[in-house]
Design a protein around this ligand. Structure first.
Ligand code: SF4
Length: 712
């Protein structure tokens, strides 16, 4: 025995000491930092994660961050390019894979025109990869069709902030100002499960005496800290804000001086609000009049206050208008541009902010420039060294690209860092459309639901391997370090794009050897734009997280926006009248319940990474349906039983979970699973007319027990 132990110890000694990787969590927009320790042991390796201090979330990590390495180290990762032959994926070389892409995409473009190819990116890509994907679409493939999954994340809030303030940076203040707000409104956000490491800011605010109002159809871990929970009917947020404005106007609690000096559109808004009836709002929203009054008085009369919105408000077919109404509240009370006063759109994806600034969006050029703006086109074509007339025009949004695939207008698709079958609404239609493609390329870590349909899968590197910058929810640019080698032949996203560009004889525009070189081009491309990164360098980012806009090297970056001016040419914020709009699909006798969707703490987006992390998967290994016990009884649904959930567009099977915390007219299903548990098989395809956000958060469904035919 002793011999064995000494042999064992000797072997461990020979294996050497632990290796440390410093990195950032690949998941949500907080971008917590960590150290990963790898300890060699006989026959295995031990991994340990320790949080590392950063100015956004301190030394905190949530369960996702603590286990993120598990998917990156998973042996099931794709390690080689794989081509589908006779329905099976077979390994091929990178050389053949790239030659094949060139051949198939060129064929399609010859027959269908350059716009016959679409590109579909993601909000988790680094700034460098997102920027390069946009450039690759416009310069290498010269197609106008590119958009990304951030369309489903940030488009409503981004469009609203651009229109109201003249700039879209998710948070107008630093997070550390939250404890100074005497009133907080959290609308459609479940921070406790989606960005758990931000919770201490809210608890600190509460300790300081802040009055916290949470607007959500469900009771969640976040509503537990609320002083007032407004359990609004799904999709009725804009109407609820009209009610709050009604009370503010009636009581004269608006900030006249601020309105006169710093806003436009007040008179029109005031006239509109005079037509609003509070009892009507109460009926529409399901919120008692007294609660609406209390919310209005608390927010309007406190000395400081902040409003945060997230997908519960934004993923609606009136998402843009609903956010605009929250911004109306901010502007009429003058609660912005001062300590403890501001607005924040709580970004979902890791690089939800940076991913929407540098050109992977259908209408966008780097630095938040616009593809249809003559001056912007001129500037970027000069940076890229191409003719302005050769830059494609604006394309269409993510779901509209799927519609163009269905009609045959787009016949080839290149997907990078996204799983559109699970993240788009009306998933059955999406799946049928993708099956019509003549050539589908998917770049991913795992064989996702979308990758299963691909003709060619390309393996990419994970967050532990791919260095690059991310921009967090505060608008702070961060440098994510990486030092591990990718498994097999997996390649960095940006490198894959450079290699394919070479095959299209566009290599001279993509001659990058490191992410830092790409970032230096972003700096120039964004210079003078709304999202100006010019003053940010890798050297600076090795020492600090820097806020944009940062126009030159000596600039500290702006942590608090709008202290004196908004970013419209006249320096004023814009107020707008917002109608009470009902969701596109209402309940009826056949589909009597509202379905709303969201996240759970252990999973991220479509679950491709977290479902491949054993610890996270074991916490929530299947989807579920939250249902009120009284509603369940009505439809003969037992607790923990398999049930069918059906909408006009499809059906899924999930396990029931009784809870008193949900409205009786509403059920909830998380969106992290695919196949038979893909809740987006049920959701409605209608889009917000302004920002093209689908109305994920409300559709009409029916629920029934799952009948096991084998028992008959
Ligand atoms: Fe931090 Fe978000 Fe990662 Fe959790 S998921 S560790 S909150 S970055």
């Amino acid at each position: 025995m002793n011999d064995f132990l000494s042999y064992y110890r000797q072997k461990e000694k020979e294996l050497g000491t632990e290796k440390v990787t410093e990195t950032q969590c690949p998941f949500c927009s907080v971008q917590c930092t960590m150290q990963l320790f790898e300890q060699p042991r006989v026959g295995r390796k031990n991994y340990k994660v320790i949080p590392k201090n950063n100015p956004t979330s301190g030394e905190r990590l949530c369960i996702k961050g603590l286990n993120a390495h598990q998917h990156a180290l998973n042996q099931e990762r794709i390690q080689y390019p794989m081509l589908k032959k006779n329905g099976e994926f077979v390994r091929i070389s990178w050389q053949k894979a790239i030659a094949y892409i060139r051949e198939r995409f060129s064929d399609i473009q010859r027959q269908n025109g350059v716009d016959g190819i679409g590109l579909y990116g993601g909000g988790s890509l680094t700034n460098e990869s997102a920027y390069l994907l946009g450039k690759f679409a416009r310069v290498a493939l010269t197609t106008k069709h590119i958009d990304y999954n951030g369309r489903f994340c940030m488009s409503a809030a981004a469009t609203a902030a651009n229109e109201a303030f003249g700039i879209d940076r998710g948070f107008t203040n630093k997070l550390s100002e939250i404890p100074f707000a005497r009133c907080l409104i959290l609308a459609g956000t479940n921070i406790a499960e989606c960005q758990p490491t931000l919770m201490p800011y809210l608890t600190k605010a509460k300790e300081n005496g802040s009055f916290i109002i949470v607007i959500d159809p469900r009771e969640t871990a976040t509503t537990e800290i609320a002083d007032l929970h407004l359990k609004v009917k799904p999709g009725m947020d804009a109407a609820l804000v009209n009610g709050i404005l009604k009370v503010i106007f009636e009581k004269g609690y608006f900030n006249e001086e601020f309105i006169n000096e710093r806003t436009n559109g007040f008179q029109e808004l005031k006239e509109h609000i005079s037509t609003i009836q509070l009892d009507n709002i109460s009926k529409m929203t399901g919120i008692p009049e007294d609660s609406i009054r209390l919310a209005a008085v608390k927010y309007a009369t406190c000395s400081t206050g902040m409003i945060f919105t997230a997908r519960g408000v934004e993923q609606q077919t009136d998402g843009y208008m609903a956010v605009r109404n929250f911004l109306n509240l901010v502007l009429v009370t003058g609660k912005i541009g001062k300590i403890g006063c501001g607005y924040g759109a709580i970004t979902g994806q890791g690089n939800g902010q940076g991913g929407r600034e540098h050109g992977q969006k259908a209408d966008q050029l780097p630095g938040y420039r616009h593809l249809e703006n003559k001056e912007h086109r001129k500037y970027i074509s000069k940076v890229w060294g191409v003719n302005e007339k050769d830059l494609p025009r604006q394309g269409v949004s993510a779901y509209e690209m799927i519609e163009k695939i269905d009609t045959g207008e787009i016949q080839g698709l290149f997907v990078m860092g996204s799983n559109p079958i699970v993240s788009n609404p009306n998933a059955n239609f999406v799946e049928q459309s993708l099956k019509k493609l003549r050539f589908l390329v998917v770049v991913d870590l795992f064989i996702s639901e979308t990758a299963k349909l691909a003709d060619l899968i390309l393996p990419c590197s994970s967050y532990l391997e791919n260095e690059g910058t991310m921009t967090n929810l505060e608008g702070r640019v961060t440098l994510r370090k990486a030092s591990r080698k990718s498994p097999g032949e997996a390649m960095h996203d940006w490198k894959i794009l450079c290699e394919i560009a070479k095959a299209f004889e566009k290599g001279k525009y993509f001659s990058f050897f490191s992410p830092e070189e790409i970032f230096n081009e972003i700096r120039v491309a964004s210079r003078g734009g709304i999202a100006d990164y010019y003053g940010i360098t890798y050297k600076r980012l090795k020492k600090e997280r820097v806020y944009w806009p940062c126009p030159d090297h000596g600039h500290p970056g702006e942590s608090r926006l709008f202290t004196k001016r908004f970013r419209h040419p006249d320096g004023k914020g814009k107020l707008i009248s917002v109608r009470n709009i009902f969701p596109k699909e209402r309940t009826d006798n056949d589909y009597p319940l509202y379905l709303t969707t969201g996240r759970v703490i252990s999973h991220y987006l479509t679950g491709v990474q977290t479902r491949n992390s054993p610890s996270l998967r074991s916490r929530d290994f299947e989807s579920f349906l939250e249902i009120h016990p009284d509603t369940a009884k009505k439809y003969k649904i037992e607790n923990h039983a398999l049930v069918k959930l059906t909408s006009k567009r499809g059906q899924i099977t999930v396990r029931s979970k009784y809870t008193n915390k949900i409205r009786e007219d509403t059920v909830f299903v998380p969106f992290h699973w695919g196949d038979d548990q893909n809740v987006n098989r049920l959701t409605h395809e209608a889009l917000d007319p302004t920002c093209k956000m689908p109305g994920f958060k409300v559709c009409a469904v029916k629920v029934s027990p799952f009948i096991d035919l084998t028992l008959n």
